[in-house]
Ligand binder design. Structure first.
Ligand SMILES: Cc1cc2nc3c(=O)[nH]c(=O)nc-3n(C[C@H](O)[C@H](O)[C@H](O)COP(=O)(O)O)c2cc1C
Length: 373
């Protein structure tokens, strides 16, 4: 199986390459009657697109979505939904001089090892442009979660290099804190701790001047998911979310709740006590006092906010010279000075939100299929 599809009840299939005519996603399982327009899709696509600020890639892709099927009179029809995003700003000449070289940190060598041949223009299928249509599918998934549960998925940049945001309660972060500064201007780094955001921007600008790049951490928070979504063994919510996150480019790790810090904690410190809000509590009134478990227990949502963090590597393409070899193994040096992001995190946030929303919409629809009647 070629691995171009993901999900069961809400199933996406993508096609497209960075220097082909564009990208398409086909989404199966969208319930009928959900309001959907290209303007809805444009919101997250604008958050993902290059050229949106001075600290991201200056490629100029407008990333306008077209709804090809599955919507009539502004509402989903319940049949397969197809969304197209055309490529506009491809410049193959940026890549002609590196066609026989292996860019460090990229998929060039592994694609050659697998297929014996590759589209060298910007990574072809391995390019992060593939996530354009995933972000569009994520908007549809967010709508399902919103309509059915009033649930919200909000992501933000938690760390850039060694600069870390102070967030007292992830579940209280609002999209407006992520997207805007207090004066109404754009929060271009997408860190809701605004004084720290300014420091992150300064670091990213410095890295660009140094012809280098920097990594970081994104945190994704989902509120409004009731207890009970997920499956017990292989399709645990944690497992499906991890697969979704690791299917994004440049991800090197992820954690839930207290995460890797749990390695040094005692059980008595890490456990979350259960409490009941009312005396004659039904299960729906039960919650935990703290949320070190990150909203998932036994692979099934606990009703607490789902909190996950993911580490994104520093951009591999650098104007700076790096050592490599050509296809024949001859040592050489390479500079990939196209129009790259010095830090991937600000544009990664909507991609991660989309994949998280897709998994949760899938599990919601699976859960409803299994409901007793
Ligand atoms: C938002 C985003 C934009 C990206 N743009 C670039 C880029 O301009 N240059 C680059 O070297 N890598 C970029 N990448 C990362 C590569 O696509 C990715 O590292 C590469 O395909 C190798 O895959 P892997 O890191 O998952 O192993 C981007 C990743 C993301 C999340």
């Amino acid at each position: 199986m070629a691995g171009n599809s993901f999900g069961q009840a809400f199933r996406i299939t993508t096609a497209g390459e960075s220097h082909g005519p564009g990208y398409v996603v086909i989404i199966d399982g969208v319930p009928p009657g959900i309001p959907l327009t290209v303007e809805d899709l444009a919101v997250d696509l604008r958050r993902r697109r290059p050229g949106q600020s001075k600290i991201v890639s200056q490629r100029d892709e407008s990333d306008q979505a077209e709804i090809f099927s599955g919507v009539f009179e502004g509402k989903t029809t319940g049949t397969s939904l197809a969304i197209l995003v055309k490529n506009r700003d491809q410049r193959s000449r940026d890549y002609a001089n590196i066609k026989d070289l292996y860019r460090p940190g990229h998929a060039d060598y592994t694609y050659d090892a697998k297929y014996g041949f590759r589209d060298y223009r910007g990574g072809g299928r391995s390019s992060a442009r593939e996530t354009t249509v995933r972000v569009a599918a994520g908007t549809v998934a967010k709508k399902i979660l919103g309509v059915a549960l009033n649930a919200a998925v909000v992501g933000y940049v938690k760390q850039v290099g060694d600069i870390c945001a102070q967030i007292s309660d992830p579940a209280t972060v609002k999209l407006s804190d992520v997207e805007e500064l207090a004066d109404g201007s754009a929060n271009i780094v997408r860190c809701p701790d605004h004084p720290t955001a300014q420091k992150m921007v300064a670091l990213i600008e410095q890295l660009r001047l140094d012809q280098d790049s920097v990594g970081g951490i994104a945190e994704i928070v989902v509120t409004g998911i009731p207890a009970g979504l997920g499956e017990p063994v292989f399709d645990k919510l944690k497992a499906d979310l991890a697969k979704a996150i690791f299917s994004l480019p440049a991800v090197l790790g992820m954690e839930y709740g207290s995460g890797f810090a749990a390695a040094t904690m005692r059980g008595s410190e890490n456990n979350d006590s259960f409490v009941a809000d009312a005396e004659d509590s039904s299960p729906a009134d039960i919650r935990t006092e703290t949320n070190r478990h990150g909203g998932i227990l036994g692979g099934i949502s606990s009703g607490m906010p789902i909190v996950l963090r993911t580490v994104v590597k520093p951009t591999s393409s650098l104007p700076k010279l790096q050592d490599t070899v050509d296809r024949d193994g001859n040592p050489t040096q390479i500079s990939t000075g196209g129009r790259h992001d010095p830090c991937l995190l600000p544009r990664f946030v909507p991609m991660a939100e989309a994949m998280v929303a897709i998994v949760l919409a899938d599990h919601l629809l699976r859960h409803r299929q299994n409901e007793a009647f």
